[in-house]
Write a protein that binds this ligand. Structure first.
Ligand SMILES: [Zn+2]
Length: 425
């Protein structure tokens, strides 16, 4: 038997990683008209269960010790030489939005399994245990807030409160759905022990790396996020007989709010982004002035002071609008997370590891929320980004080139090896 390789020479098998991404992607697969394909595996649906079952089977096949916690997070451990040492954890999520790609989240989890397989085949033992985790309901499409499982994992939201959340689509209770799909696990959550370090490989989900021809994004932190649900109640009326001056029209208000959000981002500078992503109209009929609108506003910024300014201006606008149109407007915060800065030494390590492998790098914030921002509350954390073709994500046309997947996974491997304390057996 040949001696194990120098850890710095270890490389992942990109074909094996891509094969797992493709196989997981078959569950809840959506095909587009031009050969593009993605997934719908909304949190705690039957498709999510099937995806979980497949990944757990892979974890067991690799000899990992798999545990499920009370919010359905799954953590698989490869033992280290010293089981008393805190583990190095790699993780992300395998739930998707309703029109999701097959890389978002899945890449980070399956790259973790690929690292395990690489270490196994090379006969590498490590001082510290190594963990691969996937967290429940990262997307928040079905149960807000997003990053829910990792938030509960780090103690940021009480378990009981999370279990009582209700699905936006069908009104199901989160705890009941967890039970139904068999992932209400026995392990207490929040976790009793913090990892030694947490790493997450993720697609950029934006256009910057591709536009600048850069292979590896070195993520310095995550934008602050503010999600507000806005409920506008007016008066349902006949579209033909009701004079315009007597209307109290919630859809008119919804349009004004969407326009205001765009104007707000223009006034607050390039870092401020704002989105109206959901508008539900009741009764939603052609000849009826609507009675009610429920809509969402998503505001994000890397600077929390500016984000607070955006929230405050939106609030003032809503009050004025309600008065002008004679409707009632109420708001409900669905999610509010401050910007997060990752651990400086971990960020440096990601950058140095990528450069040592010969890749171009760029330091950047994450525009999207990630489980890593929650783990950053309890341990040194960093993220690795790979380019997204055309910047697309939350879209079935989401794609990342195989060479970029390989580059990102190899950077992840090298950072993990650095933190694991490798022993050459
Ligand atoms: Zn994601």
């Amino acid at each position: 038997m040949s001696a194990p390789p120098d850890p710095s020479e270890l490389r992942i098998d990109a074909d094996r990683l891509l094969a797992r991404i493709d196989e997981l992607g078959q569950i809840g697969r959506i095909d587009g008209p031009n050969g593009e394909w993605g997934n719908a595996r909304l949190a705690l649906t039957d498709e999510d269960r099937a995806g979980r079952d497949l990944v757990v089977a892979w974890m067991r096949d690799l000899g990992l010790d798999v545990v499920v916690d009370a919010i359905g997070n799954v953590v698989a451990t490869r033992a280290g030489v010293d089981s008393t040492l805190a583990p190095v954890m790699v993780g992300s999520h395998i739930d998707t939005v309703g029109t999701g790609g097959r890389f978002d989240g899945n890449l980070g989890v399956l790259a973790g399994l690929e690292i395990v397989e690489t270490l196994e085949r090379a006969g590498v033992t490590t001082e510290r245990p190594f963990q691969v985790a996937f967290f429940t309901d990262e997307e928040g499409s079905r149960f807000a807030p997003d990053m829910l499982g990792s938030l509960v994992y780090v103690g940021g939201l009480p378990l009981e409160e999370a279990l009582d959340l209700v699905a936006a689509d069908d009104g199901a209770r989160l705890g009941d759905e967890l039970e139904r799909i068999g992932y209400a696990g026995p392990v207490p959550c929040p976790t009793a022990s913090a990892p030694h370090a947490y790493l997450e490989l993720h697609i950029e989900q934006g256009p910057i790396l591709e536009a600048e021809g850069i292979t590896i994004g070195v993520v310095e932190g995550v934008q602050g996020i503010s999600w507000t649900e806005v409920v506008i109640v007016g008066q349902s009326a006949h579209a033909g007989t009701t004079p315009m001056r007597l209307r109290h029209d919630p859809v008119y208000c919804a349009g004004a709010i969407a326009t205001y959000v765009r104007d707000l981002t223009r006034h607050l500078g390039a870092e401020q982004v704002g989105t109206v992503g959901r508008i539900d109209v009741y009764p939603n009929l052609v000849n009826v002035v609507p009675a009610r609108v429920v809509m969402t506003v998503d505001l994000r910024n890397t600077d929390d002071r500016v984000l607070q300014e955006a929230e405050s201006r939106l609030g003032t606008f809503l009050d004025e609008l309600a008065g002008m149109e004679g409707v009632s407007i109420t708001t409900n915060s669905l999610a509010r997370f401050e910007p997060v800065e990752f651990d400086a030494s971990m960020v440096d390590l990601v950058e140095a590891s990528a450069q040592r492998l010969g890749h171009s790098t760029k330091r950047m914030p994450s525009g999207a929320g990630h489980d890593a921002q929650m783990l950053a509350r309890i341990c040194p954390t960093a993220m690795v980004f790979t380019p997204s073709v055309n910047g697309l994500s939350h879209n079935i046309a989401e794609f990342t080139e195989a060479t970029d997947i390989a580059a990102g996974a190899n950077v992840l491997l090298q950072v993990v090896l650095d933190r694991l304390d490798v022993r050459r057996s």
